[in-house]
Ligand binder design. Structure first.
Ligand code: ADP
Ligand code: ZN
Length: 732
């Protein structure tokens, strides 16, 4: 028989199937194997089995070894692999690698086995004085311990008694050695009992609608604090009760121990957790438990959509609008599309929820493709916090050029006086942003990437956030010689310092990329804030999501505009989502919340609508705008990004692609709303020139996409790389 093997090397040259002969029956589709390749042996995945090969018999090599005793990639996942390769133009191996934890490849991590001993059968009934000398006290102790406990871990015995005595007893056959697999449990401490809540009638209706359907996609639009999580849990419980399995996705940053604890409390060992915070061993074990059916619910971030579960009964995507669900580096894929594929394969429901659904999803709900479910009120009728908008231009005219408006200052004072907690949200990173000359407008930029550099005060350095290059800050403007360079916008650190000055007796915590470098650093910050070890939490996007702090009564949004001025068609949508999410942190318990939003564009419709929690109003306005301008959901954006170390090569490939794209657009002239070639906004990253084609396609997208991939393949060269992105959220 012949195995069709994909070798575990990601290059364009070997992105195809290789045939290997085998006669070992354990070779099956979905197993990993070792195969001879060139002059070495490498790992590969068997993706198919066939009778004969077109490779001449003399050239045909054989499978050297089978690595799995059962398939680790099921039939459904092999079909998903083919779908993803076609849809996203992935190399087969890159798709397969998504399905298997990295730790498993190359056999680096194995099941954790521990050496145990028990008393050997023939010694159980014997008098120990006949085989242990009177003076061998250590041996007696070890023997007695093992006999009393039935079995014991050899490492423990060596530590507590004497390793030499243990070895002696094993060597003489008194103790028999055996191995025991040991499970590495992530968040082992996160146990607890599930709180019993009675569903509200609205929640009840929604759970019934979902559980009574099959093969449907639902969009649950529920304001923050409306009890969406409880709905997900009930639907999952129902799925398990029907003997099926479930996947529950959350944005990475929302997967706090609290969330995981809730799942553990509800579903116990039936839950497996998959996310980047786990150790390699934990990840491996959790994945194995899903594969062998021991765990039946996978909870995790984006990549948990590839959980090796069969017989799926439900897929839940919480915060479906979150940008982290779209992978924007290789391998590129959209989690929602993958989830839809798996739901289709299993005939199961897909439940997506958000307080601020993406415009695309809500549009699908309006046109009937998704079924819309709504939770319009917070649990227990708790009011949404009031959002007050402060015009910062006016503050400046009144002589206040600090970070905080007078309104926010006095609100902070009230909040601190009443012994409540406050969150101050900043949409930036670092001490201050770019370095600018107020006299001539010069801004320090990265020599390799052509982006503004960010000033980091800790290191007194300018850094490029794209390539990590660092530069010494110039003492004077290199362009005009002006000696008072200004640091642009504020960062978390400066705001935190300012707050410490304002409230010397209060504790201020800071959470951003710089303070959360360690594995669990951000969790530690949240834990401390939750335990009331601090009064004010200053942070970036990271603090916007999912955290439940009952004593937080004030949220200050210091520079709301930052995300509004991004060159991204979703800028308004992202800003609306961000404000709603951050505001949702206030007043979640019995205390009423208040939100103060500072802006230099305070009349922008996004702020007005967000302040009224008018999602539908926002959606209407945004939708109309996108229909007129032909943006998603009324078009699909395709970006063809060409990168090369040689500028001429990048342009040569770009031109060839562009000529063919133009021809394609002429043949399908009612399908393209826009087509243009240009330099990318970031003209160079890590010494590579970047040029791009952008197209907006209003019709027949699914049919045109393979043709666009074919065009890119036709002109690819060894010296230029070409990526195709669909609806990219980052066009830089
Ligand atoms: P969301 O996910 O919509 O933001 P949550 O599910 O976190 O909302 O619910 C907000 C709070 O209300 C949580 O503390 C949750 O335990 C509680 N809760 C949810 N449903 C109920 C219910 N039916 N009765 C009482 N409390 C509930
Ligand atoms: Zn750079």
């Amino acid at each position: 028989m012949i195995a069709e093997v994909i070798v575990d090397i990601s290059t364009a040259e070997v992105d195809r199937i290789f045939d290997y002969a085998f006669d070992d029956e354990s070779v099956r589709a979905g197993c990993r194997v070792l195969v001879p390749f060139g002059n070495r042996r490498i790992e590969g995945y068997v993706i198919g089995i066939k009778e004969r090969s077109d490779v001449p018999a003399v050239k045909l090599k054989s499978v050297a070894e089978v690595l799995d005793d059962r398939p680790v990639i099921g039939q459904e996942m092999l079909a998903l692999m083919r779908f993803m390769c076609e849809r996203y133009h992935l190399r087969v191996v890159d798709a397969l690698r998504l399905f298997i934890p990295a730790q498993m490849r190359g056999g680096r991590i194995k099941e954790l086995k521990k050496r145990f001993v028990r008393v050997a059968d023939e010694y159980v009934a014997k008098d120990e004085n006949t085989f242990i000398r009177a003076g061998a006290a250590a041996q007696r102790e070890v023997f007695a311990f093992v006999k009393n406990n039935g079995e014991a871990d050899t490492a423990y015995l060596g530590r507590e008694f004497s390793a030499a005595a243990v070895r002696n007893l094993i060597d003489r056959g008194v103790l028999a050695v055996f191995e025991k697999a040991q499970r590495r449990t992530p968040y082992a401490a996160a146990q607890g009992k599930a709180a019993e809540v009675t569903l509200t009638p609205d929640q009840q209706n929604i759970v019934q609608a979902v559980c009574g359907a099959a093969g449907q996609t639902f969009l649950l639009h529920g304001v923050t604090g409306s009890g969406k999580t409880e709905v997900y849990m009930r639907c999952i419980a129902d799925t398990l009760a029907r003997g099926k399995t479930a996947i529950m996705l959350e944005p990475e940053i929302s997967l706090t121990p609290q969330v995981l604890k809730n799942f553990r409390a509800r579903f116990g060992d039936r839950v497996a957790i998959l996310h980047s915070g786990l150790s390699a061993g934990e990840r491996f074990d959790e994945w194995r438990r899903l594969l062998c059916g021991e765990a039946r619910v996978a909870v995790g971030a984006r990549s948990a959509i590839f959980a090796p579960l069969t017989d799926l009964g439900l897929i839940v995507i919480d915060e479906e609008h979150d940008a982290s669900y779209v992978s924007d580096s290789n391998p590129r894929y959209a989690t929602v599309e993958v989830a839809a594929f798996r739901a289709r394969s299993n005939g199961c429901n897909l439940l997506m929820g958000s307080a601020t659904p993406s415009v695309e999803s809500y549009h699908k709900a309006e046109t009937g493709e998704y079924k819309l479910l709504e939770l319009g009120e917070r649990i227990a009728g708790r009011p949404m916090p009031d959002i007050e908008i402060v015009n910062m231009c006016e503050e400046l005219r009144n002589g206040n050029n600090g970070f905080f408006s007078r309104r926010l200052q006095s609100a902070l004072e009230d909040c601190m006086r009443e012994n409540n907690q406050a969150i101050v949200f900043i949409n930036r990173r670092g001490y201050a942003s770019f370095l600018m000359c107020p006299s001539c407008g010069y801004v320090a930029k990265c020599e390799r990437c052509d982006v503004s550099l960010v000033y980091h005060r800790d290191e007194h350095a300018l850094k490029c956030h794209y390539c990590n290059n660092r530069y010494a800050p110039p003492a004077a403007c290199p362009q005009c010689g002006h000696s008072h360079l200004r640091q642009g916008y504020m960062g978390t650190q400066r705001v935190a310092e300012e707050l410490k000055k304002m409230f010397p007796h209060k504790t201020v915590l800071r959470m951003d990329n710089d303070t959360t470098q360690g594995k669990d650093a951000h969790l530690e910050i949240l834990r401390r804030f939750g335990a009331r070890e601090a009064d004010i939490l200053v942070g970036t996007q990271m603090i916007a999501k999912g955290h439940d702090f009952p004593d937080v009564t004030l949220v200050g949004i210091v520079d709301a505009d930052m995300s509004l001025h991004f060159a991204d068609f979703r800028a308004a949508e992202r800003t609306f989502q961000l404000i709603t999410q951050v505001a949702g942190r206030a007043g979640r318990d019995t205390k009423k919340g208040r939100v103060i939003l500072q802006s230099y564009s305070s009349n922008h419709y996004v702020y007005r609508l967000a302040a009224h929690y008018d999602y539908r109003g926002f959606f209407r306005k945004e939708c109309n705008l996108r229909e007129v301008t032909k943006y998603p959901p009324f078009a699909r954006i395709v970006r063809v990004l060409v990168t090369s170390e040689q500028e001429e090569e990048a342009f040569r490939v770009l031109k060839a692609d562009f000529d063919d794209m133009n021809a394609l657009a002429r043949e399908n002239n009612d399908c393209f709303a826009y087509l243009s070639a240009m330099k990318s906004p970031l003209k160079r990253i890590q010494d590579k020139y970047r040029v791009q084609i952008i197209a907006r396609i209003v019709k027949d997208f699914d049919a045109l996409l393979p043709k666009i991939y074919a065009i890119c393949d036709a002109h690819a060269s060894g010296k230029a790389t070409c990526f195709v992105e669909i609806d990219p959220s980052n066009m830089s």
